[in-house]
Design a protein around this ligand. Structure first.
Ligand code: FMN
Length: 194
């Protein structure tokens, strides 16, 4: 039996938890990550194309991601190159237990606008956020680093028409995030009743 109050609490207490708040070096069971990803695939999607493609990095795979993204940044940054950013791209992945690269595989067979494929993947990411929280784990979606670099997507099995939408970092929580606030409902919702 599902109680709506449980979901209310989950939705309202879910917080982004960042890599510096993770327990360093502690690995989450892969079985939990598979459950979380299964929930992701139950997101709504127009045309039933399931336009997501996830790549999971863990163990030595985290170093592979770190090497890939820092080297790509070095190649592409040109005069904008900043050593601190390079080092961050090297170090940040190693703080996580698992990192899920979030890909949007463009639906080609049906008349679905691109934005709807992106929206479906965002719904999948919300399922990841909520699942991570339900398991008592920490995590967040980042669109930083190489996310929007034209040449990044191929490393994640994506092609030209597809998009890399960022990375979901997951780890055990050492330092919980503080409680957050949202604007009053009245500022965001308009009711038309007559
Ligand atoms: C599409 C998207 C991209 C995000 N990218 C980043 C990011 O690059 N860096 C970051 O620190 N947080 C990122 N976040 C997480 C937000 O910072 C976070 O959701 C926000 O601060 C609200 O906090 P909460 O998730 O605890 O409610 C992103 C969130 C979304 C939805």
């Amino acid at each position: 039996m599902m109680h709506p109050e449980w979901f209310n609490e989950l939705a309202r207490t879910r917080r982004s938890v960042f890599p510096d708040q993770f327990v360093a070096g502690k690995k989450v069971d892969d079985k939990i990550i598979k459950e979380i990803l299964t929930n992701a695939t139950w997101a709504p999607n127009h045309g039933k194309a399931e336009p997501w493609l996830f790549t999971v990095f863990t163990g030595a795979g985290l170093q592979k991601l770190a090497d890939f993204q820092s080297e790509l940044y070095k190649e592409e940054a040109g005069n904008e190159f900043a050593e601190a950013k390079y080092v961050k791209l090297q170090q940040q992945p190693l703080k996580a237990s698992h990192i899920i690269a979030i890909g949007m595989k463009r639906t080609t067979k049906k008349n679905i606008p691109e934005i709807e494929d992106i929206e479906a993947v965002a719904c999948a990411v919300q399922n990841i956020y909520l699942s991570v929280s339900a398991y008592g784990l920490g995590g967040y979606w980042t669109t930083g680093g190489v996310t929007y670099m034209e040449n990044a997507r191929y490393f994640f099995g994506l092609e030209e028409q597809d998009k890399l939408l960022g990375f979901f970092y997951i780890g055990e929580i050492a330092i919980p995030s503080p409680a957050a606030k949202r604007m009053p409902l009245e500022e965001k919702v308009k009711w038309i009743t007559a």
